[in-house]
Write a protein that binds this ligand. Sequence first.
Ligand code: EPZ
Length: 419
Amino acid sequence: MVKLLIHGPNRLSGELSVHGAKNSTLPLMAAALLCKSECVLHNCPHLSDVEVSARILRHLGCTVQWEGSSLVVDPRGVCQWDIPDALMREMRSSIVFLGAIVARTGRAVLSFPGGCELGPRPIDLHLHALRKMGVRIAEDYGCLSCSVDGSLRGAAIGLSFPSVGATENIMLAAVLAEGTTIVTNAAREPEICDLAMFLNRCGARIRGAGESTLVIEGVRQLHGCEHRVIPDRIVAATYMSAAAATGSAIILNHVIPAHLEPVMPAFEELGCSIEIKGGSLRIAAPRRMGRIKSVRTMPYPGFPTDAQAPLMAAACLGSGTSIFVENIFESRYKHVGELLRLGANIKVEGRVAVVEGVPRLSGAPVEAADLRGGAALVVAGLAARGDTEVTGLRYIDRGYENMERSLALLGADIRREYQ
Ligand code: EPZ
């Protein structure tokens, strides 16, 4: 059993570089399938989800090599069009490969991604869009069998919800389609802009990334390119939460401040001061935080659902009542039960979590049940008095590169123990 052992409370100090964004790296790896030559992705994080994506690309016939934090992907050997069930089950967001596999090979066979720790993960928006672009999709026995005669065709697609994954799948299917695809109510996340920038650098013609309407003119082919993955805004928000929870002042380097604007007001409401200098952010927390009137998770540029759990861990130590409303996923409060074990005072009613600040938390054994909930338990453990053991690290390792090493560099008493 692998676990993180944390002894707290500990003040943090110093500087930390934020690694590349998981949720940008994954669709970029899928996009490489569409290129006629080698792609180099710089600033890729060493995460288990990235490793799974590399295994998918190799299964399809690509070569994928790490060179430090750069991934070199050569898609010229693509000869498969299926993703094995085991790989689909390891990472539900493998669905983002669907559009690229169909666009590259004219067919795709994937098992249904199914639900995950956050509740059901439907893909109806993905499938509806691909069908509009001419893809025949049979859903039998938990398997998606897709095919298209000739090229995909451009279409006008209105998303009932600005789904990040659906927007990415449509972009990947549309860049080589015949004609123009117009997506209304598209997701506006920074990772969408990063994907559009990569694809345009490869010769695609995408306009409106970051806005609600995307226009993608199909082109005949894409060449490879070099691209630097944007920093991970959720990892940055997680370390900001760690500073807030422990009453610390730290500096985060290699961030894009604009991507953190949706979370800054919540930290300022807690009483933290935030200074921006170029690509660095300094956050300084008060000894005793205030409370956050309300945090409503929304699509970008609203408050990101992925930062809800880490911020909640910090708010547990505020003075007063903080209200969280989780509007994106059905079941994203699994960390609450474990935070209660550490002495937090939280009540959940449906999508609403009411956090009553407590003067202190006390260490205990806790278990992660999903990626960001696991990060929240680490944040709380840093501030808790005594020893906290965090298990379920397979979740945390999906999205945080060497979390314990990063936090130890900031002065936390934390180590990974292999038993
Ligand atoms: C992406 O997931 C991220 N994952 C998630 O990050 C993030 O929480 C989410 O976007 C929202 O920002 C990756 O980028 C790999 P959605 P995705 O499609 O694409 C519903 C993390 O912690 N929906 O925007 O799956 C869905 O059920 C992960 O890094 C449909 O109903 O998110 C959910 O309620 C967790 N039908 C909402 O939309 C569909 O066809 C948001 O989903 C698709 C989605």
